[in-house]
Every structure is written in structure tokens, then in C-alpha cells.
Design a protein around this ligand. Structure first.
Ligand code: EPU
Length: 347
């Protein structure tokens, strides 16, 4: 493994926050193509004293906000490749699914691109999501009507406490809205391999209103997989900052779930407020309505095209992001009685 002390994290988080970690460990070897090298490094890691200080496994850093220097060890895994055997799981009679096995560091969008090339269906709605597949599992990332939980078959992880290995079924991953067992037991599991279950037949998922509206606007009745990918990509980029221009962590808050009474009252007062099944509200709408869209506080801002996204307006610190988030949270609570919780992980 490669060990660096007092390492700058500016390039290891998409917010571009300029702090340092006391130590960063890179595990070498592709998790699939060079498993011996990778496992050798894992062995070395497990034998080392990394547990004596705080530690964290990080992906591409697309959902992290560092508020200060990290006084511990960050662990990052090596390059990722993928294996697609293309076989269906239960022999000739099960013709529904195609499986792809992928190293945890494979970028999610790259994986979508590959799946489209193979004509394996089911993850095209996750196009243009930043970060890698391992992190997408941890967060149960979702967009445009599809979540990781819908396409995960198994997840292989190393128990950093005991050193043992374990394979989890999707059910054992305990997926919820932007959460999983791996998020709940943060620090315990190092995900290194994920098996995806995709469909052999294309059944586009067009339940998400913005996607359905856009298809209708373009007069596309039966989209191809590539068209879904292209439109989702365009929709996302029309709302989010370009990473090369402004750092961000995508949605900063989760869409809040409230009780029935509050949901009903708010809907009565604001008939145009989006209300999703299970009394889930739109954090973006609430923040927008509270007047925060496009505002900045210090060097942190609320993205002018999507109020759910906080961004680095230039040289911003993690603390400035947190201060802005707290001001928004307080205001939304006062105006609507709704408590917002961050989706991003604040460290
Ligand atoms: N809205 C506003 N003003 C805003 C933003 C949104 O009024 O500034 C309204 C929109 O008009 C729309 C509703 O809020 O009626 C929902 O907006 P949008 O479709 O943009 O989706 P979202 O609920 O804000 C969620 C995910 C995104 C994901 C999109 C598309 C969460 C926290 N966010 O956003 O995920 O891409 O749906 O599926 O669930 C992420 O997790 O990082 C992320 C970007």
C-alpha cells in the first residue's frame, strides 16, 4: 500500500475544500484484475495500526464536506475494472437478467455507459451521477426513478474490524432512502466488489415527472436506452454546477419525510408544492420558496438552478458550507415547520 502523511485533500473531494489528512492510504491493485495485489495490500492494512486513530474509507469524495483537517487515516482503494459474464443466473429458464461484476472504484457513470454498450438495461436513469459504484451502494444513490437497490445483486466487503470477508445480498444491505447497512455501520466495511443485476429486456422507467415531461416535449413516445441516458444526462447537467467550474456535493439535503398532518396542511397552504408518496417533500422547493436560491454566505452558495445544491463559490471552507446549511435549515424550519437533514456527510 502507499502511505502519505499530511496529505492535501483538495483533489480528493468534489467540493474542492482545501484541508489535509494526517494520513492517506491508497490500496494498490485493481480489485478485480489484480486481486492478489489488492488483497496483499488489504492484509497489510489490516496488520497496521490504522485503527488507533479515526479512519474512513472514501470513494471519489463526491458526497463529503470536510470542515477541518482530518486527524486520522483515509483509506482509498485502487483502480476499478469490471467483469461481465453476461450469463443469466438460473440457467436457461431465467432469461430475464444479465449480471455485471464490477470493482468498487468503477465510476458509476462509466458503468452506465458500459451497460448501454452491452444493451443491459436498468441503470440508464443513473447517468451522470458522480462518484464510484462502492459509494453509490453505501448511499443507495438514486435519480430519475431508479435507486442502486433496484440493480444490486450482491456486495462483497471486507470487515475492517475482524479482517474477514463477507458477501451481502441486496436484502442484507438494508437499503433505505440514501442509506444502507454500510452507511449505518460506517468504518466497518470496505466494499471492494459489486455484482449488478440488469435486465435483458428494455422496459424504460419513466415514472419521474421531469423525465416523462422532457420526453413528451421532444415528442418521443418510446425512447431507446441511449435516449434515456442522453436526456437524463442533459437534465442533470442543466441543474447542477459543472465540476470543473464549481465544487459541490450534488444534493446537499435529503428530501424530508414529514407526518401526514404537516404534509396535508402545507399542501393546503401551498397547492403548487411537490408532495411525493409517503409524505415526502421536495427540499429543493422548500429552500427555493424560503428565498435561498442563488444566495451566498461567505464563499458558499446555493446553486441558482437547483436550490438543493450548495456549491463552492471560490475558496470556500467546509465550515462556510456548514454555516450556510445551518442558516437554511433554521429558516426552512421557521417558515414551514420542516426539519432538513443533510445527505452529504459532514466531517
Ligand atoms: N424545485 C424547486 N426549486 C428548486 C429545485 C427543485 O421548486 O430549486 C422543485 C422542482 O420544481 C420539482 C421538485 O422540486 O418539482 C423536485 O426537483 P428535482 O426533480 O430537481 O429533484 P430533487 O427532488 O430536487 C432528487 C435527488 C437528486 C436527483 C433528482 C432526480 C435527493 C436528495 N435528490 O432531487 O439526487 O438527481 O431527484 O431524480 O433525493 C443527489 O442525491 O445528489 C441528487 C442530485
Amino acid at each position: 500500500m502507499e502511505i502519505y502523511d499530511n496529505y492535501s485533500l483538495k483533489g480528493l473531494n468534489t467540493f474542492g475544500i482545501d484541508v489535509r489528512a494526517r494520513r492517506v492510504i491508497f490500496l494498490r491493485g485493481s480489485t478485480l484484475d489484480e486481486p492478489f495485489r489488492f488483497m496483499y495490500d488489504v492484509e497489510e492494512l489490516l496488520k497496521s495500526d490504522f485503527r488507533q486513530a479515526p479512519y474512513m474509507v472514501i470513494g471519489e469524495g463526491s458526497n463529503l464536506v470536510f470542515t477541518k483537517d482530518y486527524e486520522g487515516t483515509l483509506i482509498k482503494i485502487g483502480e476499478a475494472v469490471f467483469h461481465g459474464d453476461g450469463s443469466s443466473r438460473r440457467g436457461d429458464n431465467d432469461v430475464h437478467y444479465r449480471y455485471l461484476t464490477v470493482g468498487a472504484r468503477m465510476l458509476t457513470d462509466e458503468m452506465v455507459r458500459i451497460s448501454v454498450g452491452y444493451k443491459y438495461y436498468g441503470m440508464e436513469n443513473l447517468s451522470a451521477i458522480p462518484g464510484n459504484i462502492g459509494a453509490a451502494v453505501v448511499q443507495n444513490v438514486g435519480a430519475y426513478g431508479v435507486e442502486m437497490k433496484d440493480i444490486v445483486e450482491t456486495v462483497d466487503a471486507i470487515d475492517l474490524m475482524s479482517g474477514g470477508q463477507r458477501s451481502f445480498t441486496a436484502e442484507e444491505c438494508a437499503f433505505g432512502y440514501r442509506t444502507s447497512l454500510f452507511k449505518q455501520q460506517a468504518g466497518r466495511w470496505l466494499i471492494w466488489r459489486v455484482k449488478l443485476r440488469l435486465n435483458k429486456e428494455f422496459r424504460p422507467i419513466l415514472t419521474y415527472k421531469a423525465l416523462a415531461d422532457e420526453l413528451q416535449r421532444r415528442g418521443i413516445g418510446e425512447p431507446t436506452q441511449q435516449q434515456v441516458r442522453d436526456i437524463v444526462t442533459e437534465l442533470r447537467w442543466s441543474k447542477l454546477p459543472r465540476p470543473e467550474e464549481y465544487g459541490s456535493a450534488g444534493s446537499f439535503f435529503k428530501n424530508p419525510v414529514v407526518d401526514e398532518v404537516l404534509a396535508t396542511n402545507l399542501k393546503k397552504e401551498y397547492p403548487d408544492m411537490p408532495l411525493y408518496p409517503g409524505n415526502k417533500l421536495s427540499a429543493g422547493w422548500l429552500i427555493d420558496r424560503a428565498g435561498w436560491k442563488g444566495r451566498t454566505l461567505g464563499h458558499a452558495g446555493v446553486w441558482p438552478k437547483q436550490a438543493l445544491v450548495l456549491y463552492n463559490a471560490g475558496g470556500c471552507t467546509g465550515q462556510e458550507v456548514v454555516d450556510l446549511a445551518q442558516a437554511i435549515k433554521k429558516d426552512v424550519k421557521q417558515k414551514f415547520g420542516v426539519t432538513l437533514e443533510p445527505e452529504a456527510i459532514i466531517i
